[in-house]
Write a protein of this length. Structure first.
Length: 230
């Protein structure tokens, strides 16, 4: 089991995952689906030491070629940015900063597809028990997403379902519609894979209703697990 060599306090501003529809926001203030959010202020790179075992956390991030490809919205992916810390909400249902779940180090990577966006966060926790609690908290954000977004206004959750992959991972599918725009729907897929004291989160988002299919889900979870295993 991996252990962090040292744990430094990481301050993180509380992040509202609300969707703004009145005016467009800059790219850095959007979820992978392009939804405007209130992003936390830029944070300094984490000073937490590299875990005593396993690959450096940044090494657990996917490469663009490892994301699901195919006809339609996904197309061929490219990497847009890689950065330490937390720059923005990873997905629309994110109700707080990822740092608030107890992560002591975080690395993020953003991707762009044909008509899609994706983002990944690799999270390091003090121990496996802390990571397990964080995994449950993040799942709760997704299962309670419809009520939370409806209370803030601006966006409606028009579909929510989960799917289990062959190795037991859960993928969350969330269909979103602009309250003001009516029919236009965005599809977000969010998966969380835990390995000991680390969690890897991947969110993909497209316009329309192009959710990941079973084959894409399975391949994506497999790629994430391989990265976590080093």
């Amino acid at each position: 089991m991996r252990r962090t060599a040292a744990v430094a306090a990481v301050g993180a501003a509380l992040l509202a995952a609300a969707v703004a529809v009145a005016a467009p926001a800059a790219a850095a203030d959007r979820t992978p689906g392009g939804q405007a959010v209130t992003a936390p202020p830029a944070t300094a790179p984490s000073t937490v030491g590299t875990p005593t075992a396993g690959a450096p956390l940044v090494g657990t991030l996917l490469e663009a070629a490892e994301l699901p490809e195919g006809e339609g919205a996904f197309g061929q992916w490219r990497t847009e940015a890689t950065y330490p810390g937390e720059e923005q909400a990873l997905f629309a249902c994110q109700q707080n900063s990822l740092a608030s779940t107890g992560a002591v180090e975080q690395q993020q990577r953003a991707f762009r597809g044909l008509d899609a966006r994706a983002a990944q966060a690799a999270l390091q926790y003090p121990d496996a028990a802390s990571a397990a609690r964080a995994e449950r908290e993040i799942a709760g954000w997704l299962t309670g997403c419809a009520e939370a977004l409806d209370a803030r206004g601006g966006t409606l959750v028009v579909e929510y379902r989960t799917a289990s992959t062959a190795d037991g991972a859960t993928v969350h599918h969330v269909g979103l519609a602009d309250r003001a725009g009516g029919a236009r729907v965005r599809a977000e897929d969010v998966l969380a894979v835990r390995d000991g004291d680390r969690i890897s989160l991947v969110a993909t988002s497209t316009t329309g209703d192009a959710f990941l299919n079973t084959e894409q889900e399975t391949a994506l979870v497999k790629a994430v697990r391989a990265k976590l295993a080093g």
